[in-house]
Design a protein around this ligand. Structure first.
Ligand code: URA
Length: 237
């Protein structure tokens, strides 16, 4: 890879800014000052430093976002802002994408990465990755609903859902619940409640597999996964 692209990918600014950095003689490759942006470096073999600090090349980014309502979980959209629009330049140049979809009006846990293999595994129906949601539901949610969800509920298109775990936090005219599902059918949580005659008015994803929403993140904020979180995600059962 060209040195200017390498440094730009590692967050040292645009190609133009990197050129200035190179001119300032701040960059060394294998102990030699290099000023030519076209020089090729081997990402995992050459030793690159900037201002004496070693640069470790990373190919993938893994971000945890607290998705706000009103943005689309896609990489681009004709009409609305996407979750990618909420990222900074430093993250956008890795060309990440959201792992799965949350509805425009759903908030909460969203993993954003450019690691296609991991994303594919997390979304694979065979892997049964748990997703837990918190919801406000119009209508009195009952233990009978929990039983129906446990057994599998028939959606409007005839699909029977896999067993899901419903935890009723408050059963009232406006109920509060937590629901854990292992699939990701279109509008699944909302449609499961519609099937028992109830209506989700607020939906937030709390967790996915071993990872939970970070309470420190305000809506629209994101952070990189920690090494520990990434390991737990990759080694999940
Ligand atoms: N189920 C839904 O109905 N909507 C979401 O955004 C996620 C799960």
């Amino acid at each position: 890879m060209r040195l200017d692209k390498y440094l730009s990918n590692m967050g040292y600014g645009s190609r133009k800014e990197v050129k200035v950095l190179l001119k300032s003689k701040a960059v060394e490759v294998n102990g030699e000052i290099v000023r030519d942006p076209k020089v090729h470096v081997k990402e995992h073999a050459d030793h690159v430093s900037v201002g004496g600090e070693a640069v470790t090349y990373t190919e993938f980014i893994y971000l945890l976002m607290n998705k706000p309502q009103g943005v689309i979980s896609a990489t681009e959209d004709k009409y609305d802002k996407t979750v990618i629009d909420l990222l900074g330049e430093d993250e956008q140049h890795f060309e990440p994408f959201p792992v799965g979809r949350l509805d425009k009006d759903t908030e909460g846990f969203l993993l954003i990465t450019n690691d296609g293999k991991l994303a594919h595994e997390l979304l694979s129906p065979k892997k049964h990755v748990d997703k837990t949601y918190f919801a406000h539901v119009e209508g009195v949610v009952t233990e009978e609903d929990a039983e129906v969800f446990r057994k599998g509920v028939t959606l409007d298109d005839g699909y029977v859902t896999k067993p899901a775990s419903l935890n009723i936090l408050e059963s009232a005219a406006m109920s509060k619940i937590e629901l854990t599902i292992t699939e990701g059918k279109f509008h699944q949580v909302k449609r499961m409640f519609e099937s028992v005659g109830k209506h989700v008015v607020y939906l937030k994803r709390l967790s996915m597999g071993p990872l939970s929403l970070d309470p420190e993140l305000e809506l629209g904020e994101y952070r990189h996964l920690t090494e520990e979180e990434l390991t737990s995600l990759k080694n999940r059962k």
